[in-house]
Design a protein around this ligand. Structure first.
Ligand SMILES: *Cc1c(COP(=O)(O)O)cnc(C)c1O
Length: 395
């Protein structure tokens, strides 16, 4: 044990010395934007994935509270005694929402990517994966045993070359984030569909940050590009814009039936409690009925924020999503800005390697539909001041 602890301690010290050490911050969210820490300090949280603010919507809370009466845990896999009405109802709604024949819920989006990729893809097959794909896609690819060919971020010419390089008869999968989680940019949907058709590949898009964000009614990448029916397998999460916890895959009936029988993360893990899934159900209903109001607000807050930061001289890239990265470069400077802002009651995420490439550490700023422009402006002023203080040494 001493030997192991010495080794682990050495690695931890190394992380500390290079500004890479990670830690947990406990928060109590009073609403979807404001949270308190254990000392009672209040924060304006400018980095959640709660894009529509649904975690604290009265309708969602009411449904979740009511459904807790069915028990605080499901205590079984869906295939044993953990099946709930809420899960099956939600799967039907998700399939309709995504215009697919069927859908299947997993415990998290992370487990969904593992569960889909390593159940379906196998040795002797080829997966083409964007270099900035989410860790859960990377891990699912590795576990599958298929040969993984990584193409440079959104480089469709490179992807085409790779597609040409494998035996034409081989089974091929192209897998990508719809909206990239740390950069906030969007995959090239139309070109991906062209390539998958031309090279007879299967297209898998992970809409974790796209549902509730992209498309007129928030259905994600397919709706944004007008590609409904063209994406073979759509992955998503219940944990971001839908304000609950879980993941799902929406696809044809055969794929879903196969996953129910063969996907180990689905089979061997206890299902979410009904209250969690009922909350996601209520959130999806809200998105379907009143979605445009929330989406309009989300978009106007994103445009406002990009313009505000740009005008203040911060290096903000153009974009269509509420994910606005402020790339700093060095990990320690990123953490310095994070700490300064935290001191002033604004919470952002300091994102460092290995989540992003070396020398591309950043503050990940996100806006939500629940933010009011007056509060947002106050928080952004602090972001600008702290950023300039650390980067330009200005006081
Ligand atoms: C967050 C995220 C996931 C994981 O979803 P969870 O429900 O948080 O486990 C998967 N893919 C992408 C692209 C993500 O951003």
């Amino acid at each position: 044990m001493d030997r192991l602890e010495d080794r682990l301690q050495e690695e931890l010290q190394n992380l500390k010395d290079t500004g890479m050490l990670r830690w947990v911050t406990d928060l109590y969210f009073e609403d979807s934007v404001w949270a308190r820490d254990k000392e009672g300090k209040r924060y304006y949280v400018l980095s959640t994935n709660n894009y529509l603010g649904f975690t604290h919507h009265p309708k969602v809370l009411e449904v979740a509270e009511r459904t807790v009466a069915a028990g605080t845990g499901s205590t079984g896999s869906r295939l044993t005694t953990g099946g709930t009405f809420a899960a099956s109802v939600l799967e039907e709604k998700l399939a309709a929402f995504k215009h697919t024949e069927a859908a299947l819920i997993f415990n998290t989006g992370y487990m969904t990517n593992l569960g889909v990729l390593y159940a379906i893809c196998r040795k002797g097959e080829y997966i083409f994966s964007d270099s900035l794909n989410h860790a859960s896609i990377i891990d699912g690819c590795k576990m599958s045993g298929a040969k993984v060919l990584i193409y440079p971020h959104k480089d469709m010419e490179a992807l085409e070359e790779l597609l040409k390089s494998v035996p034409p008869g081989a089974m091929k999968y192209i897998v990508t984030d719809g909206v990239f989680s740390m950069d906030g940019d969007i995959c090239n949907g139309p070109e991906l569909v062209r390539l998958k058709e031309r090279y007879n590949a299967i297209l898998i898009i992970d809409d974790a940050h796209a549902v509730g964000v992209l498309g007129k009614t928030g259905r994600g990448t397919a709706e944004y590009f007008g590609l409904e029916g063209k994406i073979d397998i759509q992955i998503g999460t219940l944990s971001k814009a839908l304000g609950a916890e879980g993941g799902y895959v929406a696809a044809g009936r055969v794929v879903i039936e196969y996953l129910k029988n063969k996907s180990r993360p689905f089979i061997f893990s206890t299902a979410q409690p009904a209250s969690t899934l009922a909350a996601a159900n209520a959130a999806l209903d809200l998105l379907s009925t009143e979605g445009e109001t929330y989406l309009d607000k989300l978009r106007s807050n994103a445009v406002f924020t990009r313009n505000y930061l740009k005008r203040a001289g911060l290096p903000v890239s153009e974009g269509d999503t509420p994910i606005i990265p402020l790339v700093v470069g060095e990990a320690d400077k990123t953490v310095q800005i994070f700490e300064k802002l935290k001191g002033q009651g604004v919470l952002l995420s300091a994102i460092r390697p290995p989540t992003v490439a070396t020398q591309s550490s950043r503050l990940r700023l996100t806006v939500t539909a629940a933010m009011e422009q007056e509060d947002l402006k106050l928080a952004l002023d602090k972001v600008v001041a702290c950023y300039k203080e650390v980067i330009c040494g200005k006081k």
